[in-house]
Design a protein around this ligand. Structure first.
Ligand SMILES: C[S@@+](CC[C@H](N)C(=O)[O-])C[C@H]1O[C@@H](n2cnc3c(N)ncnc32)[C@H](O)[C@@H]1O
Length: 203
């Protein structure tokens, strides 16, 4: 199952590499990633789509995880291009283990559409992040617009099959069930895209 999914993402690596500085989400990425600081964990780094937006002077280290070797290959070149101190880990994020309170910033952009158990990952993120750290998310999901959401639901099986990406996840509802407290959020494109600044809930 994972092997097939990894192959799906491997085959998209060239496109993600080409898109690094041409994403339509450039403005959102800049706003979000520009706030990363300290020891950073980036989940599902892809081809390094966020690399142009890190502020080098704020970063001590970046730990970047993905299970697609082709994406990681492109991301390595990207890290070199932007002079970023990145340690790459090839792993399934659903099997990842880190010690508690390891990171100052945890980042995910466009990855919660893919996981089998997204809530479990959010729970892990809240323990990997330091209590006074920050979790920065740019995710897409089901729209609040009735017609758009109908189209997304209809497209979901096709999108999962072709690009490994769910269209119908309710991102805000997922986060509300997780141990993260939202500090600030922006919603775009009829609530399809969400920019979220969050913190682990106080224990
Ligand atoms: C839509 S791409 C986004 C890439 C990057 N975050 C960006 O914003 O450009 C999703 C990425 O998640 C990775 N991915 C999906 N599920 C994963 C998992 N369970 N473990 C590790 N990586 C995963 C894929 O290989 C792919 O690189």
């Amino acid at each position: 199952m994972n092997k097939k999914l990894i192959e799906k993402f491997n085959s998209q690596a060239k496109t993600y590499d080409r898109m690094r500085e041409k994403h339509f989400q450039q403005k959102w990425r800049k706003k979000l990633i520009g706030e990363a600081k300290g020891h950073v964990l980036e989940l599902a780094v892809g081809a390094g789509g966020n690399f142009p937006f890190y502020r080098l002077e704020e970063i001590d280290s970046i730990t970047a995880v993905d299970f697609s070797p082709e994406m990681l290959h492109k991301a390595r070149k990207g890290a070199h291009l932007y002079h970023l101190p990145v340690r790459f880990i090839e792993s399934d994020i659903e099997k990842l283990v880190f010690e508690k309170h390891k990171f100052d910033t945890v980042i995910s952009t466009l990855s919660f559409c893919g996981y089998r158990n997204p809530l479990q990952i959010l729970e892990n993120v809240s323990t990997w992040c330091k209590p006074n750290g920050q979790v920065l998310l740019l995710e897409h999901g089901i729209s609040s617009n009735f017609i758009v959401s109908k189209i997304q639901k209809a497209m979901d099986p096709f999108a999962v099959k072709t690009v490994g990406c769910h269209q119908d996840r309710n991102i805000m509802e997922l986060i509300s069930r997780s141990p993260l407290d939202i500090q600030k959020a922006e919603h775009h494109w009829m609530d399809v895209f969400h920019l979220i600044w969050a913190k682990p809930r106080k224990e």
